[in-house]
Design a protein around this ligand. Structure first.
Ligand code: TTP
Ligand code: MG
Length: 396
């Protein structure tokens, strides 16, 4: 009798933890000024003082501002909400809302300017704490990170206790709360960290993944914005369960490759590893356009805005760039990129903008698609990064 020995590869389940700080900027402000605790706090900018309308001349003799937002005032309120406390959210205020609108909803809120230097310092301290708890650590933004804790814990109960230790240390050392999600992969861990907020902890055990995801709207999947959600809804798909059971071919026909990825995510599958942020190879920014367009003005304005944002990051991190690339996503979700490598390293904004616009001009001239499809997203990336040496950095 033949004896067949099956050698199975036992892949150990991963345990991924995602941490996201609660109302990060405003929580730091409230920590620095305890009298703000429990109040609606809005970070984004101050509201200029109310000035009388008739014959007003400011202290330096300036004319009254032209725009008005309320009947009795001539103030012009500029800017958007970066974030706000949960007390302010109760008034319907949220990130990216114009400050003028936030003021209408809650004029008594405390409006504060963005104090980025402080937030970055606090972020660095929190990341130092988190890193120690992880086998592998990946910072995602100023207030969130993934930790692979697979070898640190033996089961989901231990993972829960481990998360409590993390929350306790951040609270004791930094006086801030966070929300944590734990799951077998990154996507589910991220969905889980926002499931209960603020000060939440949600553990999605491997056997419960499908059950957890099933009732959630598709928009809960990280990266699915309102436009994609609407497209998917138009196909009669509202929940992640419906997405998991839908015909993947139809999804791919509508969303391209991304449709395939979404389908796998809906089935609880995400193979991405937690990747250490070692040496950065590139930096990029992208922007989904409010209106899909072929308007050159809008596209160049978007490129300018992306370049401004990217350049700030380059300066902050002390990088020079050699390669500039643009990315264009059309209405049918097809993607095109164009890149140019310069002969030497550059650090200035003007070169970044000029190169990006040259690439875009050339792209438009040579791409047939441009005539048929509108643009839904533009992106800008710099790669082949060099490090500004300390002396240059001081001069810059
Ligand atoms: P988030 O984690 O999205 O928001 P949050 O920490 O303020 O609140 P939550 O409890 O829901 O996590 O973003 C982190 C910080 O990034 C936030 O405090 C301010 C900043 N931010 C902006 O400046 N503009 C934005 O549009 C968003 C979404 C965030
Ligand atoms: Mg947050």
């Amino acid at each position: 009798m033949d004896i067949i020995i099956l050698i199975g590869v036992i892949t150990k389940v991963k345990v991924i933890l995602h941490v996201d700080m609660d109302s990060f900027f405003s929580a730091i402000e409230a920590r620095e000024n305890p009298e703000l605790k429990g109040l609606p706090v809005i970070v984004g900018g101050r509201i200029p003082p109310n000035k009388p309308l008739q014959g007003f001349r400011g202290q330096r003799g300036e004319a009254p501002l032209a725009e008005t937002t309320t009947g009795e005032s001539n103030r012009k309120i500029r800017g958007v909400v970066s974030t706000c406390s949960y007390e302010a959210r109760a008034y319907g205020i949220h990130s990216a809302m114009p400050l003028a609108r936030a003021y209408e909803l809650c004029p008594d809120a405390k409006f504060l300017p963005v104090n980025m230097a402080v937030y970055k310092t606090v972020s660095a301290s929190i990341m130092r704490i988190l890193r120690r708890y992880a086998d592998r650590f990946e910072q995602m933004g100023i207030d969130e990170a993934y930790l692979d804790i697979s070898t640190k814990v033996h089961d989901w109960n231990e993972a829960r206790a481990y998360a409590h230790l993390i929350k306790q240390e951040i609270l004791e050392k930094e006086g801030l709360t966070c929300s944590i999600g734990i799951a077998p992969n990154k996507t589910i861990a991220k969905i889980a960290s926002s499931f209960i907020k603020p000060d939440g902890l949600t553990v999605v055990e491997e056997e419960r993944v499908r059950e957890f995801l099933a009732p959630l709207p598709v928009g809960k999947i990280p990266g699915v914005g309102p436009k994609t959600e609407e497209l998917v809804n138009q196909m009669g798909i509202e929940t992640i369960e419906q997405l998991a059971h839908c015909d993947v071919q139809k999804l791919v026909a509508r969303l391209g490759k991304y449709g395939g990825r979404l389908h796998r995510v809906a089935q609880g599958v995400d193979e991405r590893e937690v990747e250490e942020n070692v040496v950065r190879k590139s930096l990029s920014r992208e922007m989904t356009l409010d209106e899909h367009t072929r308007d050159w003005e809008i596209i160049t304005c978007s490129i300018d805005a992306l370049a401004d944002d990217l350049h700030q990051k380059l300066v902050a991190e002390g990088y020079l760039f050699k390669t500039v690339a643009i990315k264009v996503k059309f209405d049918d979700f097809s993607l095109r990129t164009r890149a140019k490598t310069l002969t030497s390293f550059h650090a200035d904004l003007a070169t970044l903008k000029k190169t990006a616009k040259e690439l875009m001009t050339e792209f438009i001239a040579r791409t047939e698609k441009w005539k048929e499809q509108k643009v839904r997203l533009v992106g800008l990336r710099v790669s082949q990064l060099g490090v500004v040496d300390e002396k240059q950095r001081r001069l810059g």
